[in-house]
Design a protein around this ligand. Structure first.
Ligand SMILES: CC(C)(COP(=O)([O-])OP(=O)(O)OC[C@H]1O[C@@H](n2cnc3c(N)ncnc32)[C@H](O)[C@@H]1OP(=O)(O)O)[C@@H](O)C(=O)NCCC(=O)NCCSC(=O)C[C@@H](O)C[N+](C)(C)C
Length: 254
């Protein structure tokens, strides 16, 4: 099974498991990844997902051997991405737990996630530059939005490796943790996020995602729309505050 899912309360961990090819994604693996995230999205008790690659590597991108033999991943307009879930807009957050390499399509998978927790020896990069395989899983769109056009163009044109320290510095990684700790740290972060009232959190997240390409006034109108959908939580949350709960950053009691 190239993909499996484990569940701890509201946290779902999707595990990419083809360590013998550094978790390179072929067609069946892409389909299994997409299905795993569809199942996460449909499960009302699952709040936050973690995407982790087994065997010390996040993902070496698309399966180059398959591409070389004419068995490239399916590229269908309107369908799933060649790497699987990269064209889905989930209503819930996903965190990439990056050990080893997150390169080419593996970088695109990490960019699709909301947050990236990287091990200190993790490496990111547009390694597909070497083979003439294009970024068509959102990489040319999400990378500049995340780190800015100038930095993204450097990485896209040179295909150079980016270590964890630089990734943190340029905002590609959100946290850097010791080697071997990415999954645990990402799951802890996911559990922290899963504790909050979810309608408000999902609305604020969606406001961030939807504003790309919108004029400021339209983006602010979108923010209002998502915020109003979660007002019931605001009333409940304000009542908890008035009762003296959750003050001074102690979120465990809310
Ligand atoms: C990741 C890596 C740095 C790890 O190095 P390592 O020293 O730890 O491991 P290795 O010895 O190089 O590889 C171990 C095994 O893993 C296989 N492997 C590694 N990456 C692979 C890959 N991408 N496809 C198929 N097999 C891959 C190797 O061939 C090898 O198999 P073998 O034991 O049978 O020789 C190194 O393997 C590497 O550079 N791999 C290639 C990465 C790369 O360039 N990927 C580009 C893929 S194209 C791409 O993803 C772009 C994407 O947008 C395309 N699409 C839109 C279609 C999705």
């Amino acid at each position: 099974m190239p993909v499996r899912t484990e569940r701890q309360g509201p946290v779902t961990t999707v595990i990419l498991s083809r360590p013998e090819v550094r978790n390179a994604v072929d067609g069946p693996t892409a389909a299994a990844l997409a299905d795993a995230f569809r199942a996460f999205e449909a499960d009302p008790d699952a709040h936050v997902a973690v995407l982790w690659g087994e065997g010390g590597t996040f993902c070496a991108g698309a399966d180059l051997k398959g591409i070389g033999e004419g068995r490239g991943n399916r590229v269908a307009p309107g369908g799933d991405g060649p790497m699987g879930p990269t064209r889905m807009r989930l209503t819930k957050p996903v965190i990439a737990a990056v050990a080893g390499h997150a390169v080419a399509g593996g970088l695109e998978l990490a960019l699709w996630c909301d947050l990236r927790v990287a091990e200190q020896d993790a490496v990111f990069g547009v390694f597909c530059r070497r083979w003439g395989v294009p970024l068509i899983d959102g990489g040319t769109v999400r990378l500049p939005r995340l780190i800015g056009t100038s930095r993204a163009m450097d990485l896209i044109l040179t295909g150079r490796p980016v270590d964890a320290a630089e990734a943190l510095d340029i905002g590609l990684a959100n946290r850097v943790v010791p080697t071997g700790e990415a999954r645990r740290a990402a799951e802890e972060l996911a559990a922290d996020i899963a504790r909050f009232p979810q309608a408000c959190l999902r609305g604020d997240r969606m406001s961030v995602l939807e504003q790309d390409g919108l004029a400021e006034a339209d983006a602010i109108a979108g923010e209002l729309k998502h915020g109003m959908n979660a007002l019931h939580e605001a009333v409940e949350g304000a009542a908890r505050f008035a009762a003296g709960l959750g003050r001074h950053g102690d979120f465990t009691e809310i």
